[in-house]
Design a protein. Structure first.
Length: 320
């Protein structure tokens, strides 16, 4: 494989770039561990994250630094060469949708979350992935964040090595290209990009970098203005998702799916034939029908499936 180089990208000046999440604490991080010493300076209350999403994103800057120390880019490039080839994540959803006349299921391998704490005790990511596949999932979403979701990049590798055929989404809070390369090296086929975190310039850059290493992107929105902004991008190799969970307040509202798909930008999604996933808070076949009726060709489901004892049966019932 050629060394990974992204060309300079021209971003039209008229692209809206507003995001609600600050990428760094305004006064800096306030503490830094240097060998055995943890240096700290006092910071004002204004330096606190405004919500959980901002807290997670602030943490990512530090996490990425420590990943880079242990796995420099050169090593990741070597691991990417050894990784199994990427598979067509969006194609698998379309194929499933055509075969079953139901939305393609992205089933989430999720041990814990900031809103629910531990969801699944005795968590075995490979067994869960196999059970999802046996039940009829088209694709899997694997949470890789360790601190807030008890996930791991190793789960992607383990699931892939176990022979699971469903394409894999790396469910991470991506703010840097380094994380894309880490996802591909671990065996991911697609990555999540969150519009609330990333302005369009960053999205455009990350979509290009992802494409360069064969990764497709699921770009997640939560509001109509976010969707309007994202639709200005070149969405080659991308699908979209509407998260029904407000990541700033944890409130889940399935109706958000309908409101967004009924809006003018939602109409455009349908006209352009862009694959759209309804995400979060999907528990019953009626919920699936509601999201499908709103115009989604895919659903992303975690908690309601992963917490069941018989996961395969739960998938079959949800899609029945
Ligand atoms: O799930 C959370 O509590 C959460 C908190 C902060 C940021 C992201 C969060 N979840 C990520 C997701 O979007 C969900 O894991 C995914 O859509 C599945 O949702 P569910 O079916 O409700 O488990």
């Amino acid at each position: 494989m050629q060394p990974v180089r992204c060309q300079a990208i021209q971003v039209p000046a008229n692209l809206a770039t507003e995001v609600t999440i600050r990428r760094r604490p305004p006064e800096g991080i306030g503490s830094q561990a240097c060998g055995p010493v943890d240096f700290q300076v006092p910071l004002s209350a204004a330096n606190k994250p405004a919500n959980i999403l901002e807290e997670i994103v602030w943490w990512k800057a530090q996490e990425i630094e420590s990943f880079k120390e242990r796995q420099p880019m050169l090593r990741l490039q070597m691991l990417m060469k050894l990784a199994p080839p990427p598979r067509d994540f969006i194609g698998a959803l379309r194929a499933s949708q055509q075969r079953t006349s139901r939305p393609g299921l992205i089933a989430e391998v999720k041990k814990a979350s900031p809103s629910k704490g531990v969801i699944k005790e005795n968590f075995d990511p490979v067994e869960i992935a196999k059970a999802y596949e046996a039940g009829g999932a088209a694709c899997l979403s694997v949470l890789t964040d360790r601190k807030y979701f008890q996930g791991s990049f190793d789960y992607l590798t383990a699931i892939r090595q176990a022979g699971v055929a469903c394409p894999l989404l790396c469910k991470e809070f991506i703010v840097e290209a380094y994380q894309l390369f880490k996802a591909r090296a671990a065996g991911a086929d697609a990555v999540l990009l969150i519009a609330a975190v990333l302005p369009n310039k960053d999205l455009e850059l990350l979509i290009k970098c992802a494409g360069r290493v064969g990764l497709q992107c699921l770009i997640e929105v939560h509001t109509v203005p976010e969707l309007e902004r994202v639709l200005q991008l070149d969405l080659e190799g991308c699908m979209l998702g509407i998260n029904n969970r407000d990541l700033q307040t944890f409130k889940v509202d399935l109706n958000n799916n309908k409101v967004i798909m009924d809006s003018a930008p939602g109409q455009q999604v349908k006209e352009r034939g862009i694959m759209m996933a309804g995400e979060s808070g999907i528990f019953t076949p009626e919920d699936v029908a509601f999201v499908q009726g709103a115009g989604c060709g895919a659903i992303l489901v975690g908690e309601s499936l992963v917490k069941q004892d018989d996961i395969t049966a739960a998938v079959e019932m949800l899609l029945a």
